[in-house]
Design a protein around this ligand. Structure first.
Ligand code: CIZ
Ligand code: SF4
Length: 365
């Protein structure tokens, strides 16, 4: 290791064209020792370098099977954590910018969830009555919490199956951090809205009465995705008025009313599959992150399909957007020189129970 580690400052103002040159040169030097993973929401100028693409779960599975020492995860922090947890001990997961977090994941943290669990204790023993279910968009210590309390992880692809398993364990679910995915999942299972109550972590007893807690089947953590909350029922109504034959597909992180008005609701993998398999010359309104929608629109254009973004304003996952050519060039150039920048290492005491819940999820779904 004779070249010193390069500081990001050297790359922060670098023109894109130079970054692209450096990315290509560094990759050639690194060869098969690293694999580049890009989430569906990743910006196009970085996505073009992906060896593997998919949703967070698919990517982690692929990473674990990959024969590379380094997993460069172009996504957000929780995804790089999952990749670390699910990969072999000798593999290293890397996040090119540590500031690429998920605002939804940050809406729940271990201290708040533990306080919720303690407060529930005042009404009924949560370990007897509640299965904790965390969306994969959450920190590793919350996955570990679920592991310790007989709970499980879900993704937007398997939420329904996971909820059925969770209800088979205990009669109630505490679902975090996304209230919308939780509510939509409960709704598809026939649970009435008044049995799905929002737990506000900033209020005493979540803002609920003991009576409400006893009656609730699903407690929905007060969290949401800042991107998916931008889609509104009015956007769907306008589209339907203009294009009566058009079809609408939304991600379950969208608000309940948006999901209810859509023809299809599903994860990013599901959205891509449905639109790709649709009949030629169909028109689609898609409610999920803009980079995915733009890419999908280009891919299906040759079949005469028209794909429109649901919101009139630009809304991207601004945190994932931080993984730009500058950060990728910085990461890869250091790696080619033998320096690992931004490794994501989940401590063993969290990784073991978190892995248990992820494996439980894989076994159930
Ligand atoms: O799990 C993922 O990758 C996310 C964030 C969404 C989805 O629906 O795939
Ligand atoms: Fe998180 Fe929303 Fe970005 Fe997905 S789109 S990673 S939920 S902030």
């Amino acid at each position: 290791m004779n070249t010193p580690r390069i500081d990001f400052a050297r790359f922060s103002q670098m023109p894109d064209a130079e970054c692209h040159e450096r990315i290509r040169a560094a990759r050639a030097r690194i060869g098969r020792k690293a694999v580049i993973l890009c989430h569906h929401y990743q910006r196009a100028d970085v996505y073009q370098y992906a060896d593997l693409t998919g949703d967070s779960l698919k990517l982690s599975r692929l990473a674990a099977q990959a024969d590379a020492d380094y997993i460069v995860f172009c996504g957000v922090h929780f995804m790089a954590e999952v990749a670390d947890i699910m990969s072999k001990p000798e593999q290293t997961s890397i996040l090119p910018d540590l500031a690429a977090g998920c605002s939804m994941a940050d809406m729940a943290n271990l201290a708040k969830v533990e306080r919720c669990w303690r407060e529930l204790q005042e009404v009924l023993n949560p370990d007897e009555h509640f299965t904790p279910v965390t969306y994969i968009n959450s920190a590793a210590d919350l996955k570990a919490f679920c592991g310790r309390h007989g709970g499980i992880v879900c993704t937007s692809s398997n939420a329904r199956t996971i909820a059925e398993w969770a209800f088979g364990q205990r009669e109630k679910i505490l679902f975090f951090p996304d209230q919308h995915l939780g509510r939509w999942t409960g709704h598809t299972m026939g649970i009435p809205l008044d049995e799905m109550l929002v737990w506000d972590p900033d209020l005493e007893l979540g803002g609920l009465t003991p009576e409400q807690i006893r009656k609730a089947r699903l407690l929905l953590w007060k969290g949401h995705c800042s991107v998916h909350q931008m889609f509104q029922p009015a956007h769907i109504r306008r589209f339907r008025a203009e294009h009566p034959d058009g079809l609408v597909i939304a991600h379950p992180e969208c608000a309940f009313e948006v999901c209810r008005l859509a023809d299809h609701v599903g994860s990013t993998e599901h959205i891509v599959k449905v639109v790709k398999e649709a009949a030629p010359n169909t028109r689609w309104l898609v409610g999920t992150e803009l980079n995915l929608v733009n890419r999908l629109a280009e891919e299906v254009k040759p079949e005469g399909k028209i794909v429109q973004f649901m919101a009139p304003t630009v809304c991207m996952c601004s945190t994932m957007q931080r993984i730009d050519p500058q950060h990728l060039a910085w990461t890869l150039e250091n790696l080619a020189d033998g320096h690992v920048v931004n490794p994501i290492k989940v401590p063993g005491h969290e990784a073991a129970p978190a892995r248990l819940t992820l494996e439980r999820m894989l076994a159930v779904s």
